[in-house]
Design a binder for this molecule. Structure first.
Ligand code: FAD
Length: 384
């Protein structure tokens, strides 16, 4: 089949690899002029690593990823550690793959490198989708910068604000939560000496929480702060200041204050997700990744869901059935899991930002829960 994918993000590149590996002729059309190093850290749970392994992209990715040995949850004011989730060899043995963290740009580069080894994939930058014509359901026609392109299957991997979704599932729009996500990259030296460089650190405050861990082979510190009811922002790259971020954590403990005060260019994006919906495909056109099921980042599963989609879509299209039936089965296979991630991420974000008596109860529950129980609570995510 001739397959045209809109969007060279994680979903688009992963799908290109999975489908080209099964013999399809794949073109990927990306609006950005080149592969851009935008974004911050991504957590790659064992399910994401397994998907990368099955795409044949893990060998390129592994050297660019960092291997945290625990997720430590601290109180944003006192710095006290509320819980510790070990991610070492027992965790890896339990799920059959390791837990890693990486910069989004490194994952994109690893996927782009893997795609470049396949003769039947072309990735074209500077091509913006402006329209999708589905008047012949079996032969979608895409408009890129005003030029038409026909294909046997059109895949919308064009993110949370997908244009393809407007044709395939009209009326489905992103839901802004009112939270703002601030991100910054600092040199690794910004990590205070008392903070374990091999851990993912999470700080829980009232109405705000922050995550910090090393990426890029341990050279840079990735910091993301999620703040409720901050001033609205547009796009992925709105400029922000450290004063805005610090203001969300009044009375921050010394470690958190040091991390947030580091010299860095702060950027912000508005937290948004999609209410789970039915109808990811129409004729020979389908949505994957954030275009189908954008999620908040609080379970750290947006990239993982995109990678899993790619593997599943290629498997469903490989069974020789008619394309619409294969696409319906793809949605059926992915719907419950991705919906659970979307709704679970919302809940997790609320739990992280609790204040007053609710936060006290949360902290007690975290303290009483042994790590083995914490791991089993998350098993449905990492088993995949
Ligand atoms: C710039 C950027 C920064 C991000 N930073 C983070 C981060 O720091 N942490 C995090 O957890 N997640 C981040 N994400 C989201 C994360 O990458 C996704 O949630 C997840 O990887 C799923 O990816 P996706 O491929 O479905 O969508 P996306 O990653 O959103 O990729 C969609 C791609 O489609 C392209 N596109 C959109 N519209 C068109 C069009 N009309 N024509 C052609 N191309 C189009 C976009 O340019 C983009 O490359 C970021 C996404 C983007 C786009």
């Amino acid at each position: 089949m001739r397959i045209a994918i809109t969007g060279a993000g994680i979903a688009g590149l992963a799908a290109a690899i999975a489908l080209a590996s099964r013999g399809h002729e794949v073109s990927v059309h990306e609006q950005a002029g080149r592969l851009e190093a935008i974004g911050a850290g991504l957590q790659l749970g064992p399910n994401a690593v397994r998907a990368l392994q099955s795409l044949g992209a893990w060998d390129a990715m592994a050297p660019r990823a960092c291997a945290p040995d625990a997720i430590l949850v601290h109180d944003a004011r006192t710095g006290a550690t509320r819980s510790s989730l070990p991610l070492g060899s027992r965790f890896e043995a339990r799920f059959g793959a390791p837990y890693r963290v990486a910069h989004r740009a490194d994952l994109l580069k690893a996927l782009a490198d893997a795609a470049a080894t396949l003769d039947n994939v072309s990735v074209v930058h500077g091509q913006r989708l402006t329209g999708l014509d589905l008047s012949d359901l079996a032969a979608p026609r895409l408009q890129f910068n005003g030029t038409a392109q026909a294909c046997d299957l059109a895949i919308g991997a064009d993110g949370v604000r997908s244009l393809m979704r407007k044709s395939i599932a009209p009326g489905i729009e992103p839901r802004q939560t009112g939270d703002v996500l601030y991100r910054a990259l600092s040199p690794a030296s910004a990590l205070p000496p008392g903070m374990d460089p091999d851990a993912v650190h999470m700080f829980l405050g009232a109405g705000a929480h922050a995550v910090a861990y090393l990426v890029s082979g341990g050279k840079r510190l990735n910091i993301v702060a999620s703040v409720a009811s901050a001033a609205p922002v547009e796009g992925w790259n709105a400029l922000a200041t450290r004063e805005q971020v610090l203001a969300a954590f009044p009375g921050a403990c010394e470690a958190l204050h040091t991390v947030l005060s580091a010299r860095a260019n702060w950027l912000a994006w508005a937290a948004a997700d999609l209410e789970p919906f039915n109808g990811w495909s129409k004729g020979h056109a389908v949505l994957i990744g954030d275009a189908a099921h954008a999620t908040l980042p609080h379970l750290a599963q947006g990239a993982a869901m995109a990678l899993e989609d790619a593997v599943e879509l290629a498997a469903q299209l490989g069974d020789g059935e008619a394309v619409p039936a294969s696409l319906a089965r793809f949605e059926a296979a992915r719907k419950d899991r991705t919906s659970r991630i979307v709704l679970g991420s919302r809940t997790q974000g609320r739990i992280y930002k609790m204040s007053g008596p609710a936060a006290i109860a949360r902290n007690l529950a975290m303290k009483l829960m042994p790590p083995s129980r914490q791991i089993e609570r998350l098993a449905w995510i990492y088993e995949g």
